[in-house]
Design a protein around this ligand. Structure first.
Ligand code: TXA
Ligand code: MG
Length: 320
């Protein structure tokens, strides 16, 4: 087996690897990405290989600034321009008609491309120095929990890549919100780090279409996703037939009585959904390392970033 990837803040090294068609782990404000030159179909193919990702699941393209968008999409509707102006760089991905410059492997043959400007200083500096955009899905094996630290990337993909740019823990902690047009209507395709309320405050009411389990129209949309090794169940009470000592609990504001404290993670004692989102994936990872039979996850209030959190919990528990 190859050695583990190195981590560091060497932008020049990341640039050289990417320029020679290699993959690099990159920090963003949402989750860490596994990046390749988006204009190089062979480099992008390596992403699918390393992630074990089905090639029908298209990737997000990361650009340095709004000014670059024109080079990769055929048109920029007014809603997209308004949202980009307000929220880029940030946890917002726009799905727009794709320009021929983007290879089909990036979009799985779709006529649209998903694109965003990430809000992380290291990655923005890297993008500014590159002559091409970066295709990058979350840097986890397909179907598993997304990484929010460089160490998470090493744990899951360490032997398969050579370098991870270490930008510290992700500040948002949950993937970007994806928005596009469906049947001519502006539609949220994945709940994420930018709330529906924040979007609607700029462009008015939008349609929601995130429930699908089909692969193409529903991004991140496979029903079972973000899955830990242990079974996850949604709920606030201990299900029958389980030993209290062998349950782990993922809680919103308070621990659950009767369960050992070491087996619990509280996402935000003060009930802040933004803080809860930041802590979500690392907490799930911690609990998954315990020797337990079940992870009991408490849903959070379904507003703001709570919708994205509940979506991830639902998918993490989909198999059980
Ligand atoms: O926050 C994020 O978005 C992170 C960071 C690294 O930027 N990336 C991320 O990528 O979450 P990934 O690959 O794990 O999820 C991207 C989702 C996929 O599930 C895919 O189905 C959807 O975006 N997607 C990509 N292109 C699309 C398109 N043209 N139309 C609809 N959905 C698309
Ligand atoms: Mg992902």
């Amino acid at each position: 087996m190859k050695e583990l990837a190195e981590t560091g803040v060497d932008i020049f090294r990341a640039k050289e690897l990417l320029e020679t068609g290699e993959l690099v782990g990159i920090p963003t404000e949402t989750v860490y990405g596994l990046a390749a030159n988006a204009l190089d179909a062979l480099a992008v193919a390596k992403i699918f290989q390393v992630k074990d990702r089905p090639s029908f699941d298209p990737l997000i393209v990361h650009i340095a600034s709004f000014a670059k968008l024109n080079a990769y999409v055929r048109e920029i509707p007014q809603w997209a321009e308004q949202l980009a102006e307000k929220y880029w760089p940030g946890p917002l991905t726009l799905v727009l008609p794709k320009h021929d410059s983007i290879p089909d492997i990036v979009t799985s043959g779709l006529d649209t491309v998903a694109i965003r400007v990430p809000n992380h200083s290291l990655t923005l500096e890297l993008l500014a120095q590159l002559a091409f955009p970066l295709a990058a899905p979350s840097a986890n094996p397909f179907g598993f929990i997304s990484p929010t630290t460089a160490q998470h990337v090493l744990d899951q993909l360490g032997p398969k890549i050579s370098y991870v740019l270490d930008g510290g823990p992700c500040t948002v902690g949950i993937e970007s919100t994806i928005i596009g047009e469906v049947e001519g209507e502006t539609t949220i395709l994945r709940f994420g780090g930018l709330s529906q309320e924040a979007i609607e405050s700029v462009i008015g009411p939008v349609r929601i279409q995130v429930q699908h389990t089909s692969n193409l129209l529903a991004p991140g949309g496979l029903e079972s996703h973000y899955a830990p090794r242990h079974p996850v169940r949604l709920g606030t009470g201990v299900p029958e037939g389980f030993d209290l000592d062998r349950i782990a609990a993922l809680r919103f504001t308070t621990p659950l009585a009767g369960i050992p404290h070491g087996n619990q993670r509280v996402l935000s004692p003060k009930g802040d959904l933004v803080e809860a989102a930041t802590n979500l994936f690392a907490a799930l990872r911690d609990l998954d390392k315990l020797d337990v039979d079940l992870i009991l996850a408490e849903p959070v209030p379904n507003l703001g970033l709570g919708r994205a959190i509940n979506d991830r919990l639902k998918r993490a528990s989909a198999k059980y």
